[in-house]
Ligand binder design. Structure first.
Ligand SMILES: CC(C)(COP(=O)(O)OP(=O)(O)OC[C@H]1O[C@@H](n2cnc3c(N)ncnc32)[C@H](O)[C@@H]1OP(=O)(O)O)[C@@H](O)C(=O)NCCC(=O)NCCS
Length: 214
């Protein structure tokens, strides 16, 4: 059933959400528009992933009437320590909840959760024809870095990938003791991105707070 104007709430995911997250992910896998994965995920796999990523790499869920309708999660970009503040994210909305601002809400919440954990950048990849995610990322200020041509095969067909990034804060203190704060100040001179960043920084909610989607 499509949602009407009811209130959506957002919170950090926990292990009890594994089944719902898997189900929504599997709808996205069936679509063949979002991921190279072709094999459905099980709740057990999702649960193991949530456990492994722990609080450092959060997942948020959006609920309506107590049912999870969307999620957004971040994992490590690379294992090298200097990339520790970069997160690679995914966002999925259940079929029936798409087009109501729920994806925006989930990704917004994930950005907030990552910022409070000291991440300085989020990255992702998407298929060029995925108009909804392209619009979603653009509306939240993501920059399209470029297109990786013939990046991998989906069902035997080579697919290109658009790489996107969003800087969400300045690098803070790294494990090696270097303080990077201020290092990237010059980079914030990129007009549109910095204006947008300042704008959405004031709007990104804490995922533990209730939010109302449009
Ligand atoms: C991509 C996805 C997360 C978007 O979530 P959503 O809740 O449907 O999107 P929203 O309603 O928040 O809309 C976000 C923006 O996308 C636009 N949009 C939504 N659906 C669209 C569509 N089918 N075509 C073009 N634009 C679309 C909206 O107009 C909005 O733009 P605006 O803010 O400039 O008005 C959702 O479609 C989805 O789960 N798709 C399958 C999984 C996927 O592709 N994930 C991304 C790659 S990991």
């Amino acid at each position: 059933m499509a949602p009407s104007n009811g209130a959506y709430t957002m919170r950090l995911a926990d292990l009890r959400d594994a089944q719902a997250i898997a189900q929504i992910r599997n709808e996205g896998i069936e679509d063949r528009t979002a991921t190279f994965l072709t094999v459905p995920r099980t709740a057990g796999q999702v649960e193991a992933g949530l456990t492994e990523r722990g609080d450092r790499h959060p997942t948020v869920v959006v609920e309506r009437n107590g049912l999870v309708v969307a999620w957004a999660g971040v994992g490590a970009y690379r294992s090298r320590p200097w990339y520790g503040g970069i997160g690679e994210f995914s966002v999925y909305v259940g079929h029936d909840a798409r087009g109501f601002g729920v994806g925006t809400m989930a990704l917004h919440g994930l950005i907030g959760a990552c910022r409070t954990r000291g991440f300085w950048k989020l990255v992702s990849r998407l298929f060029p024809g995925n108009a909804a995610s392209r619009a979603l990322y653009q509306s939240l200020g993501f920059r399209e870095v470029g297109i990786c041509l013939r990046h991998a095969r989906l069902d035997g067909q080579w697919r290109d990938c658009v790489v996107v990034e969003l800087r969400i804060g300045r690098p803070s203190c790294l494990a090696n003791g270097l303080v990077w704060a201020g290092l990237f100040t010059d980079m914030s001179a990129h007009g549109r991105e910095s204006r947008h960043r300042a704008d959405f920084q004031s709007r990104v909610p804490d995922p533990s707070q209730a939010w109302t989607a449009r």
